[in-house]
Design a protein around this ligand. Structure first.
Ligand code: IMP
Ligand code: MG
Length: 180
């Protein structure tokens, strides 16, 4: 087991498994006939996945524009949770096909909010790609169009995802098991 910051980390999805899956996802995305595709990476957790997925998309001949949005997930796991845009995109989305890229789909509230926002601004379509789907945790009526892996109901870190701002740099997705 890798030891990082003095903690044992159990590898759940290895760097090589993620790389292979990203290429498969890119091929699935290429099968859709998106025109004028605008990729929006939902920060912060998606930054590594988005960076790898858009390069895999390039490898299969897709040339999207890329944007970033930061959504507050404060209280997103609770029914009273308020969701806000902390940093917005710069582009006009009117008439465009949007692909939202995020790390994990859990309750679905963050991505439902973001999708509805883009539709209200006149996007032609909004699709969703997530690395991980915690299906059992869903509260909002929402599913992803492209899913890297079904994720067991553990808190995971790495490959962009953090616990208290730590572990984003790990090249794999893992579970913090405790002191090494
Ligand atoms: P939801 O789908 O609105 O509940 O929000 C999911 C968001 O919560 C993800 O985009 C992550 O930022 C965060 N999140 C959920 N589960 C985990 C986890 O296991 N590790 C790290 N972040 C998580
Ligand atoms: Mg997130």
């Amino acid at each position: 087991m890798p030891i990082v910051r003095g903690k044992d980390i159990e590898v759940l999805f290895s760097a090589s498994a993620i790389a292979r899956r990203n290429l498969e996802l890119a091929k699935e995305i290429a099968e859709r006939d998106y025109r004028d595709l605008l990729v929006i990476s939902v920060l912060k957790g998606s930054f590594i996945f988005a960076a790898d997925l858009i390069r895999a998309m390039h490898d299969v001949g897709i040339s999207p524009e890329v944007e970033f949005i930061m959504i507050s997930s404060y209280g997103a796991g609770t029914t009273s949770g308020e969701i806000k845009v902390l940093r917005d995109i710069d582009n006009d989305v009117t008439g465009r096909d949007i692909l939202l890229i995020d790390d994990i789909l859990e309750s679905g509230k963050t991505l439902k909010f973001t999708r509805d926002l883009m539709l209200s601004r006149g996007a032609n379509s909004v699709s969703i790609a997530v690395l991980l789907d915690k299906h059992t945790r869903r509260q909002a009526e929402l599913n992803a169009d492209f899913v890297g892996f079904e994720c067991p109901d553990y808190f995971v870190v790495g490959y962009g995802m953090d616990v208290a701002h730590a572990f984003r740099e790990l090249p794999f997705v893992g579970i913090v098991k405790g002191d090494a």
